[in-house]
Write a protein that binds this ligand. Structure first.
Ligand code: PMP
Length: 454
């Protein structure tokens, strides 16, 4: 009987009993080895009360946020009575326009406080489709939209949905701090392509072409760009599109979160509106920046149904639908008319005055190089000529991190080091603050820099 079973097993291609015994023995040895390795690792990860405090490899792969580190430092100084000016926020200083806020409050009053569909309400997705058609020249249907808790969630879900381990995510630098970390979360490899201040921080198509391989899965474009304020001209996007078209595996994520915070004559072009690009572009946008709605947490992704549905699948197991109240407010925001109507143009006018003020203030300063931002509310300024100088009672200014620490301690102005965005020669100044505050900040920064000895 045993022999018959043995023969039958062999005839189906199953391993013989003796092979199984050897495999079992090998498996035990392997398990013992793993146990020793786990014990060796976990010995150092146990806290005093015997709890295993080790974290996943996923967390270990992600860098901590430098903006948060600056924020903590600035808060500690403020709490000890130092009047710190905080110019590190990626947040408008304006309040949400009243009609939008009112729509949110009405939603609460009307009991519109329950779960919504995972992808967002049909009413909002229809409003987004209308906006994309009128403002961006992109035709999508509501089933090609997923509404999330902010553009950030839309981006990370897209990265997780399309990237597999070993895939490459192409990211021009300077970049929005989260892109490379999102790639790492997906076990993909960020491939950073540097740009240069002399070239308005715009991606050189030749550099892109030279760096694309069969592993390249996603190119992330951000226009207007955080932190540089660069706006990609249509012609350059067309050149990029021609290169992208040669790579069937390559998708594009177009982050258009600052779309309407733009300074004429610069104009915004949506990558998906370019010929042949709609079927391989994931367009991400949000309400945070344009409508001063950071706290409402609302953003969305639009693109080919296949990919967008995958983003929705991930969201359905993470957070489900975004806030019902914020979605009602978003419908009101998108109803304000083309580019957000007067409510938005008033804010953009104020940002433009502040940008002009900062450009004027730093243009002729010795040792500073500046590229006029065409959008967004940041100036990314090259102060690397100050590296290598000494500050009394502080020490050596080595890089953008130590320069920012120095400007915080000596000048009492909190800024973000360029290293956080992949360009150590610069620092980022946010001008989402009043002109009078910016005036004081400029004086403090200049005085602190002047007192650096060469
Ligand atoms: N993209 C860019 C370029 C950003 O600067 C930000 C926020 N600073 C986001 C996406 C995320 O915005 P939110 O999640 O608030 O919509």
């Amino acid at each position: 009987m045993a022999n018959a079973l043995h023969n039958a097993a062999m005839s189906f291609g199953f391993p013989s009993l003796s092979t199984l015994r050897t495999m079992h023995k090998d498996k035990n040895i392997e398990l013992k080895r793993m146990a020793v390795a786990i014990k060796a690792k976990s010995n150092s990860d146990f806290d005093d009360s015997g709890v295993d405090i080790s974290l996943s490899h996923r967390v270990d792969a992600v860098k901590p946020s430098k903006t948060l580190a600056i924020c903590d430092h600035a808060t500690a100084l403020s709490q000890s009575g130092v009047p710190v000016i905080r110019l590190f926020f990626g947040e408008s200083d304006f309040d949400t326009p009243a009609v939008i806020a009112e729509a949110g409050m009405n939603a609460i009053r009307d009991g519109y406080t329950r779960y919504t569909p995972n992808a967002g309400t049909l009413e909002l997705r229809q409003a987004i489709c209308h906006k994309l058609k009128e403002e961006n020249g992109i035709i999508h249907s509501p089933d090609q939209i997923v509404v999330s808790n902010g553009a950030k969630q839309s981006i990370v879900q897209a990265v997780l949905a399309v990237c597999s381990p070993g895939d490459e995510v192409i990211i021009p630098a300077p970049f929005y701090v989260s892109y490379p970390e999102m790639a790492r979360l997906a076990h993909a490899t960020p491939v950073i392509l540097p740009t240069h201040i002399l070239n308005d921080f715009l991606l050189d198509p030749k550099l892109l072409e030279d760096n694309l391989t069969e592993r390249s899965r996603l190119l992330i474009l951000c226009s207007p760009c955080n932190p540089t304020g660069s706006v990609y001209p249509k012609k350059l996007l067309e050149e990029i599109a021609q290169i992208v078209a040669k790579h069937p595996r390559l998708l594009v994520l177009s982050d258009e979160n600052y779309e309407h915070i733009i300074y004429a004559p610069a104009t915004h072009t949506s990558f998906a509106s370019l010929p042949g690009m709609r079927d391989r572009t994931l367009t991400v946008n949000g309400l945070s920046k344009t409508f001063a709605m950071t706290g409402w947490r609302l953003g969305y992704i639009a693109g080919p149904k296949h990919f967008v549905a995958a983003c929705g699948k991930i969201q359905s197991q993470f957070t489900s639908g975004a806030s019902s109240i914020s979605q009602k407010a978003a419908v009101a925001a998108l109803g304000l008319g083309y580019a957000g109507g007067e409510a938005v143009s008033t804010m953009v006018k104020a940002f433009r005055e502040r940008r002009d003020f900062l450009i004027e203030s730093f243009r002729d300063m010795d040792g500073a190089r500046i590229c006029e931002p065409q959008g967004g509310f940041y100036v990314f300024i090259d102060l690397s000529s100050y590296y290598g100088r000494e500050a009394e009672g502080f020490g050596l200014i080595e890089n953008s991190d130590s320069l920012c620490r120095y400007l915080l301690e000596k000048g009492q102005v909190a800024l973000v080091p360029g290293s956080a965005f992949g360009d150590d020669s610069c620092i980022r100044i946010s001008f989402a603050e009043s002109l009078s505050t910016l005036n004081t900040a400029v004086d403090r920064i200049k005085n602190a820099l002047i007192s650096l000895s060469s």
